[in-house]
Design a protein around this ligand. Structure first.
Ligand SMILES: Nc1nc2c(c(=O)[nH]1)N[C@H]1C(S)=C(S)[C@@H](COP(=O)(O)OP(=O)(O)OC[C@H]3O[C@@H](n4cnc5c(=O)[nH]c(N)nc54)[C@H](O)[C@@H]3O)O[C@H]1N2
Ligand SMILES: Nc1nc2c(c(=O)[nH]1)N[C@H]1C(S)=C(S)[C@@H](COP(=O)(O)OP(=O)(O)OC[C@H]3O[C@@H](n4cnc5c(=O)[nH]c(N)nc54)[C@H](O)[C@@H]3O)O[C@H]1N2
Ligand code: SF4
Ligand SMILES: [Mo]
Length: 680
């Protein structure tokens, strides 16, 4: 008899639930949708339907590996863990606590993220812990914390369907958050106005009431332009501004410099489009903004996010249903990894490391002394400091060789380390650089919780026995701590870890496995009888008053020029996920999208004498790769788009390591490139 276990999808931040079907040989063989899922309501996208295949894949890591004579060879757990203990102890002794860097993971559970930051802080006394949110929504966390007091999505997925207007800026929602995309389509069917602001003709653009194809990187100018029109046409929400916000005069003084003519020219759009957009958004009863990487992955990512927040505050679209500022969080558990404090400046629940009382609270709970107070390295600054300030990395569930900007820089950084531990489910491109590789297990082989983009904490449940000698990440981290004589990281099961999280994290205080078995809960959930919070900032912002923080438009780091005349933007496609470790080991997905490609406009293709599906060289100042040209009208002239999923032709061999000064997020969305025809 097959067994079915209710669990949560391991791919994107939407957080669909499904049943994993396991046969009598203990093999995951299928996925069945769950109609009871509040998020997905019985539907899934193609990745969810196929989320069982990689679990049993023949290339799964099944035993620890140790580098001997330059080669990674199989080893026992004791050998691997002893080596880690010896090396980390040696490096720490010689160079100090802050010579170690811990990469946590938005793919693993809340409990595991909590343990990773506990390991870094309680055992190694360093705040050098971070994860891929740095590459993703670091600008959101910084930007919204400053304006609203909380970096999370303000509203719920349900709100998307019940909005009167949905403004989508820099999110390819139907492909990257498919089950939220369907909610936008539902909203449209119910009569909502849909506005897409994106240089590419993404699928939602085709049903949008307004599609604005502005020049990449001009978001601040565009948003300021909208606010200028809203103010000059008296469409702002005066009582909201008066009662719930501060700093409005500063906003006004910046906005006055963004009249429609100037903005239209800067953004390469017409004045009419801008005016239409402003009116459509500002006159809706409730208007929701959805944004994602098109806003965040810029050297002015924080300015972009603040400007989005300004627009929503100006029109009073916060603290009510069908509205809000909704950054769609990317990874299945990136919200949770942030909530758990896998960030250099905060413990779980965004409790700051610089606050002595908070440090004292955690020190007592963890039975340690002197927790470090200086904020630590980020994922991106760590790469710069490898070999100098930082001597060892412990990387769990991330693959920076393929995902970090400027691959050459990353490879050089990893080669300079004295010691590198990689804990993954497959031998990744990053694991190839490791001294020790530890085999973790997938979502299907362990218990725990993920927190989705709408702050909904949901269960994952063990459905199959761990493959080979692989162990759950929470068990491995406990073993490492034990080798350093720290006994306070030994747990019978993840439920116990969640209980500890609840005890030290006010926003998770009311959350436990028993309650989650009745369905997910949205934080803040401060007490055992609290129902959770679908909408934030009702009546009052988390920080009290919402703060307008205006920004001036500034250009991107590297724009096209005579030598590199095209603008290269990178992102993702529907069928693959990030560095491809899971989706490229899934037959159907790999069949649908097998070759690395770059999208190029017809006119550019004609000029370059390139045909559809022709292999070309794509080059920037950082590197050169060979990819297939996909000639399309869905992209504007002068712009290229390439997904970063393909290790054999990595987009990140080309991207620029220029970063937002506040958030340290890289400008993945813009650099200058050229295409070279391959003459055979
Ligand atoms: N299938 C699939 N789904 C995924 C993922 C995946 O790898 N594959 N990854 C997950 C993760 S971690 C994330 S973060 C999300 C990301 O989800 P998205 O952010 O939706 O995906 P991207 O492709 O990175 O970029 C989104 C859009 O930004 C636009 N854009 C580029 N530059 C600009 C600009 O300057 N301004 C504006 N306004 N728009 C711009 C692009 O044209 C693109 O359509 O997806 C999640 N879901
Ligand atoms: N050029 C370009 N680069 C980008 C982006 C872009 O838009 N353009 N987007 C950026 C963004 S938004 C993100 S979020 C990052 C993502 O960057 P990464 O997080 O580095 O990418 P993933 O492929 O998701 O890596 C997750 C790793 O975790 C492993 N894994 C999965 N489940 C488990 C588990 O349970 N335990 C353990 N131990 N390991 C597990 C997977 O095998 C994989 O190797 O990429 C960034 N890079
Ligand atoms: S929308 Fe996201 S969470 Fe839902 S099935 Fe697809 S990948 Fe999984
Ligand atoms: Mo992401």
């Amino acid at each position: 008899m097959n067994k079915k276990t209710l669990t949560t999808c391991p791919y994107c931040g939407v957080g669909c639930n499904f049943y994993l079907v396991v046969d009598e040989k203990d093999q995951a063989i299928a996925v069945e949708a769950s109609s009871g899922s509040p998020v997905s309501r019985g539907q899934l996208c193609i990745k969810g339907w196929n989320a069982y295949q990689f679990v049993n894949h023949a290339e799964r890591l099944q035993t620890p590996l140790i580098r001997r004579n330059g080669k990674l060879v199989a080893a026992s757990w004791d050998e691997a863990l002893d080596l880690i203990a010896n090396k980390l102890a040696f490096i720490r002794e010689k160079y100090g606590n802050d010579a170690l860097m811990f990469f946590s993971s938005a793919k693993v559970t809340n409990e595991e993220n909590y343990l990773m930051m506990k390991l870094a802080r309680a055992v190694f006394k360093t705040n050098n812990v971070d994860h891929c949110a740095r590459l993703c929504h670091a600008s959101t966390v910084a930007g919204l914390a400053a304006t609203f007091g909380s970096g999370a999505m303000t509203n719920s997925i349900d709100c998307m369907e019940n909005a009167d207007c949905v403004l989508i800026i820099g999110s390819n929602t139907t492909e990257q958050h498919p089950l939220i995309g369907t909610r936008v389509i539902r909203a449209k069917q119910k009569g909502a106005k849909v506005i897409v602001v994106d240089n590419r003709t993404i699928r939602l653009a085709k049903l949008a009431d307004l599609h604005i194809k502005f020049a990449n990187g001009t978001d601040v100018a565009f948003l300021n332009g909208l606010m200028h029109i809203i103010l000059s046409e008296n469409l702002e929400n005066k009582s909201f501004i008066k009662e719930r916000t501060e700093n409005f005069t500063e906003l006004e003084s910046v906005i006055k410099d963004y009249p429609p003519e100037k903005v239209a020219a800067l953004c390469d759009i017409s004045k009419e489009e801008l005016i239409n957009c402003a009116r459509m958004y500002a006159t809706a009863k409730s208007a929701a903004i959805i944004y994602s990487m098109g806003i965040t992955q810029h050297i002015h990512g924080v300015d972009n996010v603040r400007s989005v927040a300004n627009l929503a505050m100006l029109t009073g679209n916060l603290g009510k249903a069908g509205a809000g500022v909704n950054p769609l969080r990317g990874q299945n558990n990136v919200q949770g990894a942030c909530d758990m404090g896998a960030l250099p400046g905060v413990f779980s629940g965004y409790q700051g490391v610089t606050d002595a009382a908070i440090r004292e609270k955690f020190a007592r709970a963890w039975q340690v002394e002197n927790l470090p107070e200086k904020s630590g390295h980020t994922v991106t600054t760590a790469m710069d400091a490898a070999g100098t300030e930082l001597k060892a990395f412990y990387i769990m569930g991330e693959n920076p060789v393929i995902s970090d900007p400027d691959q050459h820089h990353v490879k050089e950084a990893l080669s300079k380390l004295d010691f590198l531990v990689v804990q993954d489910i497959f031998l990744t491109s990053t694991a190839e650089f490791a001294h020790v590789v530890l085999p973790g297990v997938t979502y299907a082989e362990k218990d725990g919780t993920f927190t989705n983009t709408e702050r909904r904490v949901q269960r994952i449940r063990k459905a199959v026995t761990p493959i080979g000698n692989a162990k759950a990440d929470w068990e491995i981290l406990g073993e490492v701590a034990k080798r350093f004589g720290y006994q306070n990281m030994q747990y019978q099961n993840p439920g116990e870890i969640l209980a500890e999280i609840a005890a030290v994290t006010p926003s998770y205080a009311g959350i436990n496995f028993m309650r989650l078995d009745q369905g997910g809960l949205q934080w803040p959930c401060p007490a055992a009888d609290h129902p959770g919070t679908p909408i934030l900032h009702i009546g009052k912002f988390t920080r009290g008053l919402g703060k307008f923080i205006p920004a001036q438009y500034l250009p991107p780091a590297e724009l096209p020029d005579a030598e590199y005349p095209l603008l290269l933007s990178t992102g993702r496609c529907y069928f693959h996920y990030h560095t491809g470790t899971m989706t490229r080991r899934t037959r159907l997905l790999e069949r649908e999208e097998h070759f690395p490609y770059v999208e190029i406009n017809f006119a550019d293709a004609i000029e370059l004498n390139i045909r559809d599906r022709e292999w070309v060289e794509l080059e920037t100042r950082r590197g050169k790769i060979k990819v297939m040209a996909r000639v399309t009208k869905a992209i504007e002239k002068g712009v290229l788009f390439m997904p970063f999923h393909f290790a054999e032709a990595p987009a990140n061999a080309l991207t620029i390591n220029a970063r937002d000064a506040i958030a340290q997020i890289p400008e993945y969305k813009i650099c200058a490139a050229r295409i070279i025809k391959i003459i055979v």
